[in-house]
Design a protein around this ligand. Structure first.
Ligand SMILES: [Zn+2]
Ligand SMILES: [Zn+2]
Length: 371
């Protein structure tokens, strides 16, 4: 077997633009790795953040919400075979570290290296000539083929369409998991979701699956508020014309909501969540704010007198090998609507349109077809 080439959207550190190349060299899978023909990959806000901060960074293939078919397996790979449909996941927990053995796989020391764009041994499966090309967020899904450790690929049943399943990889795992795993929302709870992109729409569906009695959804984009009602929101708020905290309190008899989710990724929204939750309520930080943001709160009031909680979560705080199959089963049972989350589809050549949609807050998810 020789290294194969693939078509890919390459982000160079020179101009922050994605250019389509057809000569990305993709290595053979080494022991414990699999090579995957990527079929579809969603465009996530974290990709846009990386793109907008790419000046001076080495060339990288972004895309971390991908699904495809296993093409080749390295020595010792037991769970997967060529021809298997898989969903790729950015975080492949090692199963051995301090955090893994305490059932906190999303903060696995080894897996968290995914942010570097390198495999855990410091290498990358992508090259262009002599030049290494980084693999965005452990997946490199904007390429027709990629190589990942076996643990970063989760087998899915043959009847699951890959163009729909791919959104489970980041948005759905993260949003639904934030509700079911990080917050453990209980039936009858009141929930506020702030921000209705892919993660927010998923958190909203997670709240519905959890049996929340009141689900208040906030986003400035009318199309997203309409979809929020379709996904199960009981009330929608336009934060550009209404005071989200005041409306959330009004809708809960001035008590405040049991749970607030920042799915927009902004410190201002976290502060709103802390104000909108009831005494003893929980605010969950789900989105990805830039690293220079800070929050200002009164800890004596919030955390002592009012016993409020502020918690973090990454990728839904679950184990992908458990999460993906149960999310697929929820989809199969008609309880998780993945189809309506995919509002735009593009070929690889039109990938910049997917990023334009994100920048303009148009729709919920754009999915790129690599075929
Ligand atoms: Zn993502
Ligand atoms: Zn670990």
């Amino acid at each position: 077997m020789s290294p194969r080439t693939g078509r890919a959207a390459l982000l160079t550190g020179d101009d922050g633009m994605l250019s389509i190349i057809s000569d990305l060299e993709v290595a053979d899978p080494r022991p414990g790795e699999v090579r995957v023909d990527v079929s579809h990959c969603g465009v996530c806000h974290s990709d846009l953040t990386l793109l907008e901060n790419s000046t001076g960074v080495p060339p990288i293939v972004l895309g971390h919400e991908a699904a495809g078919v296993v093409e080749a397996v390295g020595e010792g790979v037991a769970r997967l075979s060529p021809g298997d449909k898989v969903m790729l996941t950015p975080l492949g927990p090692c199963g051995r570290c301090y955090y893994c053995v305490r059932n906190q796989p999303t903060i696995c020391v080894e897996a968290q290296g995914f942010v570097s764009g390198l495999l855990s041994d410091g290498t990358t499966p992508f090259h262009r000539g002599e030049e290494p090309v980084l693999q965005g967020l452990g997946v490199g899904g904007f390429s027709t083929r990629t190589v990942v450790p076996e643990r970063n690929a989760v087998r899915i049943d043959d009847d699951v369409p890959l163009d729909i399943a791919c959104v489970i990889g980041c948005a759905v795992q993260t949003g639904v998991g934030a509700v079911l795993n990080a917050a453990s929302v209980e039936p009858g709870a009141t929930v506020l979701i702030m921000g209705l992109g892919g993660i927010g729409a998923s958190a909203l569906q997670g709240a519905r699956i959890a049996g929340a009695a009141r689900i208040i959804a906030s986003d400035p984009v009318p199309e997203r508020r309409q979809l929020a009602e379709h996904f199960g929101a009981t009330d929608v708020i336009d934060p550009s014309s209404s005071d989200v905290v005041a409306v959330a309190r009004e809708l809960t008899n001035e008590i405040g909501v049991d749970y607030a989710f920042d799915t927009a990724g902004s410190s201002a929204v976290v502060e709103q969540g802390l104000s909108a939750t009831r005494i003893g309520g929980t605010t969950v930080m789900v989105g990805a704010p830039s690293f220079d943001q800070n929050i200002t709160i009164s800890p004596a009031l919030m955390f002592m007198l009012h016993e409020k909680r502020l918690i973090g979560t990454m990728l839904g705080s679950g184990h992908s090998h458990h999460e993906v199959p149960r999310l697929v089963e929820l989809w199969r049972a008609g309880r998780l609507d993945l189809e309506s989350m995919i509002t735009h589809r593009h070929g690889l050549d039109e990938i910049n349109d997917g990023f334009d949609n994100l920048r303009a807050h148009i729709g919920i998810r754009s999915v790129i077809s690599l075929g």
